[in-house]
Design a protein around this ligand. Structure first.
Ligand code: AMP
Length: 443
């Protein structure tokens, strides 16, 4: 039987009230599957990542249990221990407990490194119901006798894969050794590598398993391609692409500048297409009118700058064309996220000139994907394509000037170093690959 509403779950009324106030109507798949098992007292192995609603999946049944079986607090002790790898996650989880448990009486606190120990020691003195902690600092407190884990009834080990990546395995094992044997344990990881499986077996007793496939990221949902091409040849290619797209759904063309967007509209319209631009120099009323026509389907082509396109949520956009590449890789994900919405098939084609090559390299790095090269058009820039394939950077490419002027360059190694030396530093970003930053990439 599939659970389709929170009403069907055996949660106490104050919890349901809090969910109602949060406007949660339907349990997410992990909630629908995990909550009944946890309410039965089962141990749980959950393969799921952040964004699936797993925090509510574990905190609701735990809060329910605390509510049904209130007990006096024990000094330095906690009834619930949630172990999570980062401060940010710890803070979010603690806030979730507060939100879902707002109509219950319970005490909770946070323990993590990088801040003073004394307030944490003081908060733990009288004991708490729920302790959310990161392993390193919790272990310090344990070793110093400031926290006692012998009263833990519910133990949640969250984001285990990240925990191990961060080198917390030994700390976690020491903490688990300090827990009582009789407890209910919940174990969450996005993946189940052998080492993680072993750890799960050592912690859980006859667990139920729930596995939630990660939601596809924008970059995975949209069919992307790149055309390597000289700047001067882009317009011709654009007209060809627009011709091929006639009567096949709505198109958004991205231009980096307002001036470029206006110019492009004129050119497109002079070739018998119908387009309008939205950008910061048009009044809100003009933009709204254009957008309304586009949404209705009476305007097939929208030419937009990045800022103007934020929040454009139109279902039938089947093609996004990046006339020029954004100088911020994140903007690329926002742009292509305008298509492929609500399950529709989405395509995105990007025109990359030698001057923009580094922007393109940044984009592939951010989405952790190679974008297929379309070499079937007459102006295919083979030299740039082969440089790219070899992992080298076009000598014409520069990051600093929006790819407009020609200048230095060299190989990719060199350009990455220069990024570290000052102008633009970016962490190697695996977020989309791991699906972890879906909130942002969904855009
Ligand atoms: P989590 O995976 O626990 O980090 O949750 C991801 C986001 O989904 C959080 O912002 C939650 O507030 C939200 N959320 C969790 N469960 C539900 C639900 N059943 N309905 C709507 N939003 C939810």
């Amino acid at each position: 039987m599939t659970i389709t509403s929170f009403e069907e779950l055996a949660l106490a009324a104050p919890l349901k009230r809090a969910l109602f106030e949060q406007n949660y109507a339907t349990p997410s798949p992990i909630q629908a599957q995990a909550i009944p098992l946890l309410l039965e007292g089962r141990d749980l192995l959950g393969i799921a990542q952040t964004g699936t609603g797993k925090t509510a999946a574990f905190s609701l049944p735990i809060l329910n249990a605390l509510h049904q079986d209130p007990r006096p607090l024990r000094r330095k002790s906690a009834r619930v221990l949630v172990l999570t790898p980062t401060r940010e996650l710890a803070t979010q989880i603690s806030q979730s407990f507060a939100t879902y448990g707002k109509h219950l009486r319970f005490k909770h606190t946070l323990v993590f490194g990088g801040v003073g120990k004394n307030p944490q020691i003081r908060a733990m003195q009288p004991g708490v119901d729920v302790l959310v902690a990161c392993p390193g600092r919790l272990l310090d407190h344990l070793n110093e006798g400031d926290i006692d884990l012998s009263g833990v009834e519910y133990f949640v080990l969250d984001e285990v894969d990240r925990m191990l990546d961060m080198g917390f395995l030994r700390d976690v094992k020491k903490i688990v050794a300090a827990l009582p044997r009789k407890r209910q344990s919940l174990f969450f990881s996005a993946t189940l590598a052998p080492q993680i499986k072993d750890l799960a077996h050592s912690i859980l007793e006859n667990p139920a398993s729930v596995s939630i496939a990660p939601e596809k990221t924008t970059a995975e949902k949209v069919a992307q391609k790149v055309c390597f091409i000289d700047k001067e040849a882009k317009q011709k290619l654009l007209l060809q692409h627009l011709e091929a797209q006639r009567n096949k759904g709505l198109t958004i063309i991205f231009s980096r500048t307002k001036h470029g967007a206006n110019k492009l509209c004129k050119v497109i319209n002079s070739h018998g297409f119908e387009s309008e631009a939205i950008h910061g120099n048009r009044s809100q009323a003009q933009r709204d009118r254009t957008l309304a026509k586009f949404k209705k389907g009476s305007l097939p082509i929208l030419v937009a700058t990045d800022v103007a396109a934020r929040g454009v949520d139109v279902k039938d956009v089947t093609l996004v064309i990046n006339m020029d590449l954004p100088n911020e890789a994140e903007a690329y994900v926002h742009r292509i996220g305008r298509t492929g919405r609500a399950g529709a098939a989405g395509h995105a084609v990007s025109y990359c000139s030698p001057e923009e090559h580094e922007f393109f390299i940044d984009i592939e790095k951010l989405i952790a994907q190679r974008i297929p090269v379309d070499s079937s058009h007459p102006d295919h820039h083979e030299e740039l394509a082969s440089l790219h394939a070899q992992g080298r950077t076009s000598p014409l490419s520069t990051r600093d000037n929006g790819g407009k002027t020609r200048g230095g360059g060299g190989n990719r190694g060199r350009s990455r170093n220069s990024a570290h030396l000052g102008q633009r530093t970016r962490q190697p970003n695996q977020r989309n690959a791991s699906g972890r930053s879906r909130r942002r990439s969904r855009a």
